[in-house]
Write a protein that binds this ligand. Structure first.
Ligand code: 26M
Length: 824
């Protein structure tokens, strides 16, 4: 009976059409006679949104009623991509929508493409947060994401004359997936000063006074699980001048301009995502963003906790907060401030609550990415927080001194404050001290943080505070949505789609590794995906590539440590080899399409030089009649989540070739293998565990090992090393001006040939090229290649983000899923 009053919405195509048309005609006030694709998208999105809202409300009620622990995932980045396709698949009504849209005269693919990506992230870290939200909802965990509602997401990339140009990404014009909550606000304070006094009862009172107030307004985004009625919440904060603050006093006294300026300054906080990945720059506005978001989220969490009327000591039993990198570390200080300054708890009791609440995930060992904030900057912006940080550090150092009384150097090494000029706050150290668990994101990475950057903390806390949770990806988006035909083929053999919820079931594919018909279908699907990418290249770049060629793909943020330069030097080496061949020799070659994609941080000059070189090589190679189909070099513009969904299923080989020890995990490596692509990679990040799972015979590994990197760099530094002669030939070829203005690439070359080759491009060049030759040979034997592909997919079960979330839940959050009984 309840169902009658609580409908889940449409189930048939007729009902879907009626809903979509109703929205187009009423919500959008458009006539069906001029319904274009954008209007059809909007109507479809609103119809699905209605369905989600009902389950979303129920989920929130159920979680409130259950009154058990919740997970709060704090991330400055959520790289969600598009929502409609995902929503349709999760509620299991994509086919209904497809038929309904066909009736209305539309192809569903065209409608899906109307949606703007939600690109509130840079790369791996932000996309991981999105996969985690998907898994937490699918597994029925009571979980919230907290982030910032940037008006501008990651910039859109265009290539002009071979150079990257950044275009602002204003994405909020029509966003049916967000719900403004004008009644859910938090006032956040900045600047001001700290007043300490003793009250009538002799109690120390600390109050943070004056300064300016900015209001955080909540915007909620539903996060549907797959095949479950759980719809979790992603809460994004938007900044506005506080209502009292758009100052009528100022306004009335004629200071209109300065009143407007105040308002704009407040709105600037959530205006734009910082486009760096793995680089820290210490800008005040970035610190403001971090505190604004941490404070708003913490006060929201505390408000919710207080409704339950529990004792403060129960806070860690109700709340688990996970810090996605050090960006939200101020949340630790803010919770201590709330408990001590506002709620009047004793320091030790408060600190115990804090440390039991937080967990910290580290995503990088690159020194230039480790966050440090200058003491004067914090002093000015957050005076009370600086005092608290000093106090936290004092107690921490005292405890270290008690345990290691003779080791004075140790105190300096683990101090949260770096004694530099100016002094700096080391955010990773603060995050470690304020959390009960610290994890890395792949085995090698988790070992490295224990033996290098956080070595002293292992000594202080013992090894158990540090753990590993190897990253994972959601198979819903990265298999089912991106590669529906492969998903369908797998389901046809396994009998159902259960593998999307338990990815280890993929191992049931192993018996088909030598099944002729199955292999044929498998290969056909890969080919169709390559044709689709070739069409995309034709449409966006204006030239054709041969879908029968070996597609070799490297798509990720452009960074020296990821070594796109090694790839493009290898391509040039191949080009030189082709030029030197006789026509007969050329006939034996495996044709190749080398695809690159990825954004450079706008201020990262060397990364931009690499993009420039790739484009210039493409211009020369692609029109060289000696080469023809044998080699094409493509730089795809504006790599993002929705492009990844087209690109990843189309690879034969993808490249994950970072200098060993530098890539914390990598997650696209997992996506490519799950889609039947093989990979070439170094023994770095999750490549190591991928190798262990799928077997050494199914992956192309090369290069120096992480444990040898330090020695090699040492030799470089003292000049006792020989440049690889083949690479020198490549450099000479570039210096001749083969790819235009040779001066343009001077710094890229000299960094390797003369200035220490920090990322060991020369050391790994031989091994890289030889392995590429092995790949050519292996590709000629298509039969064995396809077997490798199937075997690999069958063994990828470990890399689902569901496994990963269950490990966090068990080992860090101490939380169980909230079981839902399906109503009927
Ligand atoms: C820092 C300061 C100012 C602005 C931005 C940043 C910043 C942004 C993103 C710093 C680091 C950021 O991300 C690091 C990152 O993406 N790390 C990647 O995390 C993935 C998920 O764990 C791993 O798979 C990758 O190996 C790792 O590079």
């Amino acid at each position: 009976a309840w169902r009658k009053f609580s409908p889940r919405g449409f189930t048939t195509k007729e009902e879907f059409e009626a809903e979509a048309v109703k929205h187009i005609e009423t919500t959008l006030a458009r006539s069906l006679f001029n319904c274009d694709e954008l209007a059809a998208y909007s109507g479809t999105a609103l119809a699905f949104r209605d369905r989600l809202i009902i389950d979303w409300n129920k989920t929130q009620q159920r979680q409130t009623f259950a009154d058990q622990k919740r997970i709060y995932y704090l991330s400055l980045e959520f790289l969600m991509g598009r929502a409609l396709d995902n929503a349709m698949l999760n509620v299991g009504l994509k086919n209904v929508a497809k038929e309904g849209l066909a009736d209305l005269g539309f192809r569903i693919e065209d409608i899906i493409e109307q949606e703007h990506d939600a690109a509130l992230g840079n790369g791996g870290l932000g996309r991981l947060a999105a996969c985690f939200l998907d898994s937490m909802a699918t597994l029925n965990y009571a979980a919230w994401g907290y982030g910032l509602r940037y008006r501008y997401g990651i910039f859109k990339q265009e290539i002009q004359d071979g150079y990257q140009v950044e275009i602002p990404d204003y994405w909020l014009d029509f966003n049916p997936w967000e719900f403004p909550r004008h009644d859910v606000t938090v006032d956040v304070q900045f600047y001001g000063w700290v007043n300490k006094y003793t009250d009538d009862q002799g109690k120390q009172i600390v109050s943070w006074q004056d300064g300016e107030i900015v209001t955080a307004t909540a915007y909620d985004v539903p996060v549907p699980g797959y095949g479950t009625p759980t719809v979790n919440n992603l809460r994004l904060w938007s900044s506005k001048a506080s209502s009292g603050e758009f100052d009528f006093a100022k306004f009335n006294s004629g200071e209109y301009e300065s009143a407007v300026a105040d308002e704009q300054r407040a709105e600037t906080i959530s205006a734009v995502l910082y486009p760096n990945d793995n680089l820290e720059r210490g800008k005040e506005l970035r610190l403001k963003q971090q505190y604004f978001w941490c404070a708003a989220s913490l006060h929201d969490i505390v408000r919710r906790f207080k409704k339950s009327q529990r004792k403060w000591s129960e806070f860690p039993d109700q709340v688990a907060i996970q810090l996605n990198d050090t960006h939200p570390t101020l949340a630790i200080v803010e919770l201590q401030r709330i408990l001590v300054d506002m709620e009047g708890l004793e320091w030790d009791a408060a600190w115990d609550i804090v440390t039991r609440t937080f967990g910290y995930t580290n995503h990088t060992v690159l020194p230039e990415a480790l966050e440090k904030w200058s003491v004067p900057l914090i002093q000015n912006l957050l005076p009370r927080h600086l005092q608290l940080i000093y106090e936290i550090n004092l107690y921490f150092l005292q405890s270290v001194e008690r345990r290691f009384p003779k080791d004075r150097d140790l105190l300096g090494r683990v101090s949260i404050i770096e004694e530099s000029q100016p002094k700096m706050v080391r955010m990773a150290f603060l995050a470690i001290v304020g959390s009960h668990k610290v994890n890395g994101v792949a085995e090698l990475h988790s070992d490295l943080i224990k033996t290098t950057i956080f070595k002293d903390f292992v000594k202080v806390y013992g090894p158990d505070k540090f753990t590993n949770v190897t990253n994972g990806i959601t198979p819903r988006r990265w298999l089912h949505q991106a590669n529906p035909r492969l998903s369908e083929l797998i389901a046809s053999k396994l009998g159902n789609y259960e593998f999307l919820k338990d990815l280890t079931l993929l191992n049931k594919l192993e018996p088909y590794v030598d099944d002729k018909d199955f292999k044929k279908e498998w290969a056909e699907i890969k080919y169709a995906n390559k044709v689709r990418l070739a069409q995309h290249i034709q449409k966006t770049k204006g030239y054709s590539v041969n879908p029968k060629a070996l597609f070799d793909i490297q798509v990720k943020r452009i960074h020296e440590y990821k070594r796109q330069q090694l790839n493009i030097f290898g391509v040039i080496h191949r080009y030189m080899a082709i030029k030197a061949m006789s026509p007969d020799e050329r006939k034996k070659l495996v044709p190749r399409v080398s695809v690159f994609g990825g954004k450079a941080a706008p201020g990262y000059w060397m990364a931009k030089t690499i993009i420039h070189l790739i484009n210039k090589v493409g211009e020369v190679v692609n029109k060289d009649p000696d080469v023809g189909d044998l080699l094409k070099v493509v730089f795809l513009e504006d790599y993002n989540v929705s492009k990844a969904e087209i690109i990843i299923p189309a690879s034969d080989i993808s490249e994950h070739i970072s200098t060993a020890g530098t890539e914390a995990s990598g997650t696209s490596n997992m996506k490519f293998v799950l889609n039947g692509g093989l990979i070439i990679g170094t023994l770095d990040g999750a490549n190591i565990e991928i190798t262990r799972e799928i077997g050494e015979q199914n992956i192309f590994l090369f290069g120096n090992l992480s444990e040898d990197v330090e020695d090699l760099r040492h030799h470089h530094f003292y000049g006792d090393y020989q440049m690889n002669p083949e690479l020198l030939k490549v450099f000479d070829f570039i210096k001749k001006g083969t790819f235009g203005d040779e001066g343009a690439f001077g710094a890229l070359i000299s960094g390797i040939a003369e200035h220490g080759d920090y990322y060991l491009v020369s050391d790994d060049f031989n091994s890289y090229c030889q392995t590429q030759d092995l790949i050519d040979e292996a590709y000629k034997d298509q039969d064995s290649w396809v077997s490798k592909s199937i075997t690999s997919v069958a063994r990828m079960g470990f890399f689902t983000s569901d496994r990963c979330i269950n490990e966090y839940a068990d080992g860090i959050w101490n939380i169980e899923p909230l079981q839902v009984k399906e109503e009927n």
